[in-house]
Design a protein around this ligand. Structure first.
Ligand code: GRF
Length: 193
């Protein structure tokens, strides 16, 4: 059983998808910890409702980014976490943290990477007149929204779409592919050394 930690900063709908997936008896992973850098993140309530251990590691309590990460790293090791899932975690991790967890650190991004890394994705996709968008689960490397891709899924961009309509359509498939990526890793079907 792969021990998962999910790192969040906000609503945590992807966290919820992982919680729901883990509830299936044959799912090869279990969430042992949810860390938020924001005390008000709604995802913390989702975790608590599922009886999952939560922790707030507020980056504002630390003088340096490294110290913030050292504390998260300590908690993750204490629980013997095997895979960290970033799910709307809005802090860029330093090369120190990324290296320590390389191959055991994944992220979900709402575009078909390598297209549209960064922020304001749906706005940029619409402005470019793209006919399709989608989402990607990938291993985390030093460069933001880079790293080997584990799974992607596309969705159409439809006439009349605005940012929120497109975001909602992408989110539906995010919730499908994130648990699939975790399953692939847990079953040894995806790896990155
Ligand atoms: C998702 O769109 C995810 O791809 C991006 O941040 C958003 C998080 O949403 N990294 P939620 O907190 O999981 O609802």
């Amino acid at each position: 059983m792969l021990k998962l930690a999910v790192l969040i900063s906000g609503g945590g709908s992807n966290l919820q998808a992982l919680i729901d997936a883990c509830a299936a008896p044959d799912f090869p992973g279990k969430i042992v910890l949810v860390i938020s850098n924001k005390p008000e993140a709604y995802g913390l309530q989702r975790a608590a409702a599922a009886n999952i251990l939560t922790s707030v590691v507020d980056h504002r309590d630390f003088a340096e980014r490294k110290a913030f990460e050292v504390e998260m790293d300590r908690q993750l090791h204490e629980l013997d976490v095997g895979l960290i899932c970033l799910a709307g975690f809005m802090r860029v991790l330093t090369p120190w943290f990324v290296k320590r967890w390389q191959g055991r650190l994944i992220n979900i991004h709402p575009s078909l990477l390598p297209a549209y890394p960064g922020v304001d994705i749906h706005k940029r996709v619409l402005a470019a007149g793209e006919k399709q968008s989608g989402c990607t689960v990938h291993y985390v490397v030093d460069d933001v929204d880079a790293g080997p891709i584990i799974i992607q899924q596309s969705v159409p961009v439809l006439p009349g779409d605005d940012e929120s309509k497109l975001a909602a359509r992408v989110l539906v498939v995010e919730h499908q592919i994130y648990p699939q990526a975790v399953r692939m890793i847990a079953e040894g079907k995806a790896w990155f050394i």
